[in-house]
Design a protein around this ligand. Structure first.
Ligand SMILES: [Ca+2]
Length: 501
């Protein structure tokens, strides 16, 4: 596919023709003619150099006219809704807090699922993950299993159009540094989907020390450094290497996903504050924040801050893998956690910074989804959508720039154990082992404490019908919801929250 020309885009040779240089002249009719010709060629050379993207302007330089923005998406893994420093969590995140201060915070921003792989697929395609081969967590194939069994484990469809592929006609270079989790078999790795560079792990739980399934492009590597630091270093290097052209950097940290291993000095710091149980969680977040500081510093050093949209968010809510949840390591004041389609599993922190384009220090309560980043990036890059390749996300660039207004008529989540649907401020949740769904009014009850299903049966009927229609369109082969309630299901409940019926 060939996209439209970018506004202000200039077509330039990748190398200077040899005859542009004075020393390459082949004929010299007279000294005067040679001088004039040489001066003309020097002028030509200077004109080209002036039009080329500037490699390293001074910090704080104005955005260069006509240059499309870079995109950096920093995706945390299992981060609680309000566990950042500026939320009052007690975890030091000065660099993420800087993004909040210098950018806009979306307080009702949703992952596409309550767990890893589907949200990542939705981000990269702008579509509901169920329609691109990733309805659930992608699991690792076992030795000698049947090909049909392997296929059933999920992997990102090659029929889907990804963000790196969509941005490529605009001259973008793309890199994934960190966690992939959208396909374990060769042929379903990041560079099969348009990424120019990959450094990281294919695994869903890579670990932090000696991470597993690590690759540089398609070559297996052994990672000796703390994985978070390695991801940061690779991302910073990519920024330096591509400072002269538009780039898309997908920085997919595995922090603070379990096992929450961190440098001992950081763990010791938080043991004094939160105790042993939560120290690892807090420490992995601070170390990720330190890495984000290095990324922001690289943008400052290269004068790219005003040319770069930076997004920080999480793929789902907090996990219950290391004990019951309370703050920090929770979704409070929301109800629930990872795997649940209550708000705690799917509503995630989101900060977006683009100096000069996106207002600083602003909050918006408008409902948006990670699927919306795909069309918003294309709009910011000046790349026209392809009508034959529609996305489910909505272009939220106007919202990010300060234009308030409803974005979505409704949003849907379908997981193993439960589904959820939101229309306006109404939210319906159906758990597999419960006969009737819950209904909440998120305007008056964002913590989903009061089940209004019995008082508004007509609204229940409307939302159930809405989700059934969604299933027919996006997930016609859906299996029944699991009827077994996991033992940890209510670990994310806080005092005062209702238990499942
Ligand atoms: Ca996750």
């Amino acid at each position: 596919m060939r996209g439209p020309e970018r506004p202000g885009a200039i077509s330039l040779p990748t190398e200077f023709p040899a005859d542009v240089l004075c020393g390459a002249m082949s004929a010299t009719p007279s000294p005067r003619v040679e001088r004039i010709d040489c001066l003309r060629r020097v002028f030509h050379l200077l004109a080209i150099v002036c039009l080329l993207p500037v490699a390293a302007p001074a910090p704080g330089a104005e955005p260069r006219a006509g240059r499309p923005p870079n995109f950096i998406v920093i995706l945390a893994d299992d981060l609680g809704y309000a566990d950042l420093g500026h939320d009052g969590s007690g975890i030091d995140t000065p660099n993420i807090d800087r993004l909040a201060r210098e950018g806009t915070k979306l307080t009702q921003f949703y992952a596409a699922a309550p767990y890893c792989s589907p949200t990542r697929a939705a981000f990269l395609t702008g579509r509901y993950p169920h329609s691109v081969g990733v309805p659930h967590i992608v699991s690792s194939p076992q030795p000698n299993e049947a090909p049909e069994r392997t296929a059933s484990r999920g992997r990102l469809s090659h029929d889907a159009r990804t963000l790196p592929q969509a941005l490529a006609p605009g001259g973008y270079a793309s890199m994934l540094a960190g966690k992939w989790h959208l396909g374990y078999e060769e042929g379903w790795w990041p560079r099969s989907y348009g990424f120019k560079r990959f450094w990281g792990s294919l695994a869903g739980t890579p670990k932090y020390f000696e991470p597993v399934l690590t690759y540089e492009n398609e070559t297996p590597i052994a990672v000796r450094e703390y994985f978070t630091d390695g991801i940061t270093g690779q991302g910073v290097q990519f920024i330096h290497d591509h400072r002269g052209q538009p780039f898309f950097l997908y920085l997919a940290y595995n922090a603070p996903h379990c096992p929450r291993e961190a440098p001992p000095e950081l763990v010791a710091k938080y043991e004094k504050v939160f105790g042993e149980d939560k120290a690892g969680y807090a420490a992995t977040i601070e170390r990720m924040d330190t890495g984000i500081g290095r990324v922001l510093q690289a943008l400052d050093d290269l004068g790219l801050a005003k040319d770069t949209m930076v997004v920080f968010t999480s793929d789902n809510g907090p996990c219950v893998c290391q004990g019951p949840l309370d703050r920090p390591r929770s979704a409070a004041p929301l109800h629930g956690h990872k795997y649940m389609t209550h708000e705690g599993g799917i509503r995630v922190p989101c900060l977006v910074r683009w100096p000069g384009r996106i207002p600083a220090g602003r909050k918006t309560d408008t409902v948006a989804s990670i699927m919306d980043l795909f069309p918003a990036f294309l709009a910011a890059a000046g790349i026209q959508p392809v009508p034959s390749r529609p996305v489910d996300g909505v272009n939220i660039l106007p919202l990010l720039e300060g234009v308030e207004g409803s974005v979505h008529d409704d949003l849907h989540w379908e997981a193993n154990h439960a589904y959820g649907v939101r229309r306006g401020n109404w939210k319906l949740v159906q758990e597999g082992w419960v006969a009737a769904p819950y209904l909440y009014d998120l305007q008056s009850d964002p913590g989903e404490r009061r089940d209004l299903a019995a008082r508004h049966p007509e609204k229940v009927k409307e939302l159930v019908g809405l989700h059934e229609a969604w299933r027919r369109k996006y997930y016609p082969q859906h299996p029944p919801l699991s009827k077994t309630r996991p033992v940890w299901w209510e670990n994310g409940a806080h005092p005062g929250f209702p238990k499942s019926r």
